[in-house]
Design a protein. Structure first.
Length: 240
């Protein structure tokens, strides 16, 4: 969606709010009034040009002043994230918002996860994002215990979509130039404790970047069972 730069308006229902370490609560609807809107400050502190294209990324933060009662009006979000990204094409003065869904963006990468990716990125048309979107443990927060998903958009901030599988938390990923695939590893909540940590299984997936397909697990169940058997044979379980 494109807008003229002279009409710089961001819909208030996208606002997440001020930041702290606790998380962002999930509450639908908006009771915003003109006075609460006046207390908000859009913060485009930093911006980056994408590969000398004239396209600029503005990761969005939001500042908030206290209301007349001395309280903050909006729910809080973590320090280490952005609630959206604004893209400006400085060649045409047109801009668009990355998404109109509620997200917590932890990181963005247009160098493809590696030093050599600096050259790869100039030959391709993608930006990658580490994003939290799912309140996995249903505590009404988006925070460090919720899964991290890998998303992608084009270099104009359009066609934003999820690459990694749902209900897995991304551990690492890399773009494979030879076959235009993303290979990623991700935690599975294998012990069902509503968290993703070193005690969980880490699975490997592949997805073809320019095809609208679901990620496929690389290693079969048979192979994983064999690996478990070999480990059990060579490294015997300690007797209790």
């Amino acid at each position: 969606m494109k807008y003229l730069i002279t009409f710089f308006v961001i819909p208030i229902f996208l606002v997440s709010c001020n930041k702290n370490r606790e998380g962002s609560t999930f509450e639908s609807g908006s009771n915003a009034t003109p006075s609460t809107i006046e207390n908000l400050n859009i913060q485009t502190k930093e911006f980056f040009e994408i590969d000398s294209t004239g396209v600029l990324m503005f990761p969005l933060e939001m500042g908030e002043n206290k209301n007349e009662e001395g309280n903050f009006t909006y729910k809080e979000m973590p320090y280490n994230g952005y609630w959206n990204v604004l893209f400006l094409n400085s060649n045409t003065n047109e801009y668009n918002l990355l998404t109109e869904s509620k997200v917590l963006i932890l990181d963005y990468n247009y160098k493809y996860g590696s030093e050599e990716g600096l050259n790869i990125s100039k030959k391709t048309n993608h930006i990658f994002y580490s994003v939290r979107t799912l309140d996995y443990n249903k505590d009404k927060l988006l925070n460090q215990v919720d899964p991290i998903y890998l998303f992608v958009s084009d270099k104009f901030g359009k066609n934003f979509r999820q690459l990694s599988p749902s209900n897995y938390s991304v551990h690492s990923w890399k773009y494979i130039q030879a076959n235009n695939k993303i290979i990623l590893t991700a935690y599975k909540d294998s012990n069902k404790n509503n968290a993703f940590d070193e005690k969980d299984e880490i699975a490997t997936f592949e997805v073809i970047l320019d095809q609208n397909e679901k990620p496929k697990e690389v290693f079969s169940s048979n192979l994983k069972d064999k690996l478990k058997t070999l480990y059990d044979k060579d490294w015997k379980r300690i007797k209790e």
